[in-house]
Design a protein around this ligand. Structure first.
Ligand code: SF4
Ligand SMILES: [Zn+2]
Length: 317
């Protein structure tokens, strides 16, 4: 990929590259859905995801577009439990629940600790509750919340990439030691963790994207993560579009997502999922995109390698 000596990636540039936020209601989650997931015990079960509306994340990662559905100010105490209560009235009975808040659940400015008790009571009938957090916000607050919860707590943490030059460029304000320490803290306290791994962050070719996603999965499992989700990087947040225009970024191809998922499942070190949301963005072949997406979904659910799709399109790797 081309070089650009003048490019300074920092909070200011990332934020100034953004478009407008979507209108959100602090009393309602901005979305919810139910999807199937292969559980840690190997069963395929429904999992609900509530996308909570709250103050935007304090970090400004280069590839992140989660700020689009956030507020500028903290929501009042009680708003997050109200949102969960509202969503649970719509959601059918399922065993597992993800509470995703476009940032870190343990960020006090997003979800006040005063709300933990009511949240814990609202979700008491689930078997598992999964929240997300930046490694820097993994601390005794996780234990405080865990101790109030009846369901098992899992925490999803963005590893993104172990590439030594690219991780700092993502402006995540995290080192691999931060990630390792936060996972071992959770493990020591009996809390399972999952890692988000990026496929083809900026400044990498297609084949480098595959290589570093695989090394990132290796690292995540080596430090004790139970499950990895591979996320193909997309444009759309402003900064990524500018990088794409300068030739520093191109979205990965769905063939690469299939290759990385196959690699991860073959490791047999824990569950590995591919994020298939908007998978059409990652293919230029209309003939096989549906088959490839269905193959990824089938591999996500079975954690087994499924026969490859036959098509005239070739992997750009
Ligand atoms: S820490 Fe997570 S939510 Fe926050 S900006 Fe980075 S990727 Fe987005
Ligand atoms: Zn094809």
């Amino acid at each position: 990929m081309s070089k650009d000596a003048d490019l300074v990636i920092n909070d200011r540039w990332i934020v100034s590259s953004r478009g407008r936020k979507n209108a959100v209601d602090p009393q309602k989650p901005y979305s919810w859905l139910v999807e199937k997931e292969c559980t840690a015990s190997g069963r395929i079960e429904d999992t609900a995801i509530i996308f909570l509306t709250n103050r935007e994340c304090s970090f400004h990662c280069l590839m992140c577009d989660l700020w689009k559905n956030t507020t500028n100010r903290s929501v009042p105490v009680g708003a997050i439990p109200d949102q969960i209560e509202w969503a649970l009235e719509q959601i059918p009975d399922v065993k597992h629940l993800k509470l995703y808040n476009s940032g870190s659940f343990f960020d006090e400015r997003a979800i006040p600790a005063e709300d933990y008790k009511r949240i814990a009571s609202l979700v008491s009938s689930f078997e598992t509750v999964i929240v997300e957090s930046h490694p820097r916000l993994i601390n005794e607050k996780c234990l405080l919340f865990r101790d109030m919860l009846k369901p098992d707590l899992q925490i999803a943490v963005g590893l993104e990439t172990v590439h030594p030059d690219i991780l700092p460029k993502l402006n995540k304000q995290m080192t691999l030691d931060d990630f390792r320490n936060s996972i071992s803290y959770l493990t020591q306290h009996g809390i399972l963790s999952r890692a988000f791994v990026l496929l083809r962050p900026p400044f990498l070719s297609e084949s480098e994207g595959i290589y570093w996603a695989e090394r990132s999965i290796d690292f995540a499992f080596s430090v004790g993560v139970e499950c990895c989700t591979v996320i193909p990087v997309r444009a759309g947040n402003g900064a990524m579009d500018l990088l794409m225009g300068k030739g520093h970024f191109a979205p990965p191809d769905i063939h690469s997502l299939e290759a990385v998922l196959e690699y991860g499942i073959r490791l047999n070190a824990g569950r590995v999922f591919a994020d298939v949301w908007d998978s059409g963005l990652f293919s230029s072949c209309k003939k096989c995109i549906d088959q490839r997406t269905n193959r990824l979904i089938a591999m996500n659910l079975s954690q087994k390698i499924i026969n490859q799709v036959k098509c005239t399109c070739v992997s750009p790797g």
